[in-house]
Design a protein around this ligand. Structure first.
Ligand SMILES: NC(=O)c1ccc[n+]([C@@H]2O[C@H](COP(=O)([O-])OP(=O)(O)OC[C@H]3O[C@@H](n4cnc5c(N)ncnc54)[C@H](OP(=O)(O)O)[C@@H]3O)[C@@H](O)[C@H]2O)c1
Length: 330
């Protein structure tokens, strides 16, 4: 059957300007780190992508190594894109990255120009795209001169293989240096992709200020702490959950009694606000206007639907915010 998107797709989504740029991103973006690999079913991936695009999610985030196995998320995305989404290419913001281990030998990891350029060529092939909208350096490389990694991003932008460039997981000082080098080259850094959730708040110690001063957007990854900030683990660890699966970065041991105590207390506040915990956790991030978008993952259409309702969140009262801080400090 030929996919046709919803005519109402732009009716409810909010779009935020990404730093000082011409680009707006949806308040909620979709990441394909998990659930789109060779170990997953394409029909579920397709249903999630359709639901996302039909709901105004225009931004889809990938990386060379997403799967497992590495590369397979780009391949699955490429198949679905070709079959269903290609007519809508100009309505989509597709990003990918390089920085983690991808292939054997000295040129398949970190931040050399050799790796950054070759990896994007491979990603474009896997996804069947002529260009990506955003290309990231996935992590800071302590051994490669930062000038070289930034020059690679600049070159790729000049070649038209990426329209914008970004960095991910760079600390505030590394970010400052990267932005300076890019500026000297004549390339603006569009965006920083960093882990940010109620349970992981390192960006509040300097990074958000650097980005705000320099007109760079922030997209918050793992905003639900990989599922901890939802009702997923309230009654134990489901067999089909990320914590139960092999080859993930969430372990059963991460679902501790102390964490669950916090989650239950937060869940109570969410209930009083008339929303799910997932919605409250996302709304809590989006209340800061320096956060351009929250980059969620979803293993089902139902989860995505739950998360999309974040857009109807009531404003936080001072009292609610204080109660949340007390729980998070505990
Ligand atoms: N730049 C980087 O270094 C980096 C690193 C990590 C991630 N990222 C990006 O960020 C994206 C999102 O990361 P993430 O998947 O960790 O984000 P997340 O939104 O924190 O976690 C997503 C997981 O939470 C669960 N979930 C989501 N919504 C739910 C709901 N409403 N109710 C119950 N459970 C729900 C699902 O887990 P189950 O599978 O258990 O159902 C889902 O797979 C990635 O796809 C990637 O694009 C970037």
């Amino acid at each position: 059957m030929v996919y046709k998107t919803s005519e109402q797709r732009y009716d409810t989504m909010v779009y935020n300007r990404c730093g000082k740029s011409g680009l707006k991103l949806p308040a909620i973006s979709l990441g394909l780190w998990h659930n789109f690999g060779g170990v997953d079913t394409i029909e579920n991936g397709r249903a999630i992508l359709h639901k996302a695009f039909d709901s105004g999610i225009t931004h889809f985030d990938l990386a060379n190594n997403y799967g497992p196995p590495p590369g397979s998320a780009e391949e699955m995305f490429g198949k679905i894109f070709k079959q269903d989404l290609a007519p809508y290419r100009d309505e989509m913001i597709i990003s990918t990255k390089a920085g983690y281990t991808m292939w054997d030998g000295p040129y398949g990891d970190w931040g050399s120009k050799k790796y950054m350029v070759a990896s994007l060529d491979q990603s474009l092939k896997r996804m069947g795209l002529d260009y990506v909208d955003i290309y990231y350096s996935h992590r800071f490389d302590p051994e490669t001169p930062l000038e070289e990694t930034m020059e690679a991003l600049h070159l790729i932008k000049q070649q038209g293989k990426a329209l914008y460039v970004g960095i991910s997981n760079y600390r505030p000082d590394q970010t400052n240096n990267a932005l300076k080098i890019l500026k000297q080259l004549g390339t603006h850094c569009l965006i920083h992709q960093a882990q940010y959730s109620m349970f992981e708040r390192w960006v509040e110690n300097g990074l958000l200020d650097v980005l705000d001063n320099e007109g760079v957007g922030l997209i918050a990854f793992s905003p639900l702490a990989q599922g901890l900030l939802t009702k997923r683990y309230l009654d134990g660890i489901p067999a089909d959950s990320r914590a139960a699966k092999p080859q993930t970065f969430l372990d059963k041991e991460d679902v501790t009694a102390e964490r669950l105590k916090q989650v239950r207390a937060l869940n109570d506040i969410a209930g009083e606000r008339g929303q799910s915990l997932a919605q409250m956790a996302l709304a809590w991030l989006l209340k800061d206007t320096r956060v351009t978008s929250v980059l969620i993952g979803a293993s089902s259409v139902a989860q995505l639907e739950d998360n999309l309702k974040t857009l109807n969140s009531p404003k936080f009262t001072g009292e609610e915010l204080n109660r949340i801080e007390t729980i998070l400090a505990g």
